[in-house]
Design a protein around this ligand. Structure first.
Ligand SMILES: [Fe+2]
Ligand SMILES: [Fe+2]
Length: 482
């Protein structure tokens, strides 16, 4: 086509030239020369037309290929053919192929990010549904974040004014104390607490050395919700030595925001449940106040149960359960009328059945307390015996957990060591005889009782027990009111 177009002006000049003679005079128009010229123009135009058609055909092929690749899928064979061509079409095809390749890479990256986010969402959902309490939720979310981002270490700190607590840790050796972990990143935590900053530190270069504590690359993101900074999420040491990507930062940012919402919800729930618990405890005290013989009973049972638990080396969590369950263990008596509850004489069968329902009523009252669901078992079963002779369910030893057994013994101990309408308080000798008898009959846990004895011997219980030594020995009492 270009050859044809280029020849046209040359032909025209040649034609003009032939119109002049040697004296530069215009010679007479020659029909033959014009015919020859017309022939040449025709041939040239034909060549140009054919060339133009060929060029247009390639251009149309290129346009269709582009259109197809945008709307459907690239025809690689056609594109490769076009790329191999010389000239503008070839160059255009090459540029377009590069753009398409880059788009393919971006689409692949987006697909990978989408898959990662989908997996992360699935994991977080399963974590949220499987978590039993807030602490386990925090740990499971941290484990998920560490796994999803392929990092070596993760830590989640909570802020309480100027105090930092390491709530959860993953990939940090046992030789690193919580205090050391906090002090190693304290400067970041200080800035996050004051300025709500996010830290992203790049990797120091690939190294064969094992990861130190919070070695870069590192992300430290605040947990902020409604202007309150609840803590910080820290992740460090990518497993393949890479830096954190923009996608990683987006995932950390989303997780941090979600965790901050969870922190606030947990705080609100804890406040509401604590208020509910305190109300119930106040009600339990009010119930006790109806009966002069049981005033202060729950507090004393709580003290004994906690001391037995500590003596047995129980973890702090179990001691807390013992304390709270003791405070509320007889709350179910609120549903029993005074005429039965404080009756001095012998109870009828119906009255006894009514009183024996108080563990079930107590459990029902406390059901809405999700956080305190671990209290329900000891409260419902604090009158069960290991031989199945207790109430309300007649459970046996293997069905009664340790906190329930301890509460049961602390409850009996307080019943023995306080005045009752039908007898005076027992002295320590009589208390022992009663407990030994119950152990011998297989009704209560002998090991728990032995720890109670140890506390009594250490003089570690309330002085009223010691005072009882002066009381007269009046024989073994076979039963106690609840
Ligand atoms: Fe009790
Ligand atoms: Fe009771």
């Amino acid at each position: 086509m270009y050859v044809g177009f280029a020849l046209l002006p040359l032909l025209f000049i040649f034609y003009l030239f032939t119109l002049y003679n040697d004296q530069n005079a215009i010679i007479e128009f020659s029909r033959d020369r014009f015919s020859l010229f017309a022939l040449l123009v025709g041939v040239t135009a034909l060549v140009g037309y054919l060339s133009l058609r060929a060029a247009l055909a390639r251009f149309i092929t290129f346009s269709e290929t582009v259109k197809k690749s945008v709307l459907e899928k690239i025809d690689s064979k056609v594109m490769l053919k076009l790329v191999d061509e010389e000239g503008e079409i070839g160059e255009l095809a090459k540029s377009f192929a590069q753009i398409i390749n880059r788009l393919d890479d971006n689409i692949q990256e987006l697909e990978e990010t989408k898959t990662t986010l989908q997996e992360l969402t699935k994991k977080v959902s399963s974590v949220l549904s499987s978590a039993e309490n807030f602490d386990s939720l925090v740990h499971l979310v941290l484990e998920t974040a560490v796994d999803a981002l392929g990092v070596k270490q993760g830590a989640l700190f909570s802020f309480d004014n100027d105090h930092y607590t390491l709530m959860s840790r993953v990939g940090i050796g046992d030789d690193v104390t919580d205090d050391r972990a906090i002090s190693s990143v304290k400067s970041y935590l200080d800035l996050i607490a004051k300025e709500n900053r996010v830290f992203v530190l790049p990797a120091m270069g690939k190294t064969e050395q094992p990861a130190g504590l919070f070695d870069p690359p590192l992300i430290c993101h605040s947990l902020t919700y409604r202007g309150t900074i609840w803590g910080a999420l820290l992740l460090s040491g990518k497993k393949h030595g890479d830096n954190f990507s923009e996608d990683d930062l987006g995932i950390v940012s989303n997780l941090s925001n979600q965790m901050a919402v969870s922190f606030e919800n947990a705080k609100l729930n804890a406040d509401a449940e604590q208020t509910y618990f305190e109300t119930m405890a106040a009600l339990a005290m009010a119930v006790e106040a109806r009966d002069p013989y049981s005033r202060g009973h729950s507090d004393r049972v709580g003290e004994y149960a906690q001391k037995i638990g500590s003596e047995m080396g129980l973890p702090e969590e179990s001691i807390k359960i013992l304390r709270d369950a003791s405070r509320l263990h007889d709350i179910g008596k609120i549903g029993i009328m005074d005429s039965v509850l404080v009756k001095a004489g012998t109870l009828s069968t119906d009255e006894r059945d009514l009183i024996n329902r108080h563990p079930i009523i107590g459990e029902t009252i406390l059901m809405p307390l999700k956080t305190f669901k671990l209290l329900l078992d000891p409260i419902r079963h604090h009158h069960e015996n290991l031989d199945g002779s207790g109430y309300p369910d007649g459970l046996r030893s293997d069905e009664l957990n340790l906190t329930t057994r301890i509460l049961s013994i602390a409850d009996r101990y307080d019943a023995m060591t306080t005045d009752r309408p039908y007898r005076k308080t027992m002295d320590s000798v009589l208390v022992r005889k009663n407990f030994d008898s119950l152990v011998a009959k297989g009704k209560i846990d002998g090991e728990v009782v032995s720890h109670l004895y140890r506390i009594i011997e250490k003089g570690d219980l309330r002085s009223q027990t010691e005072d009882l030594l002066t009381c007269s020995l009046s024989g073994i009492v076979q039963g106690y009111p609840p």
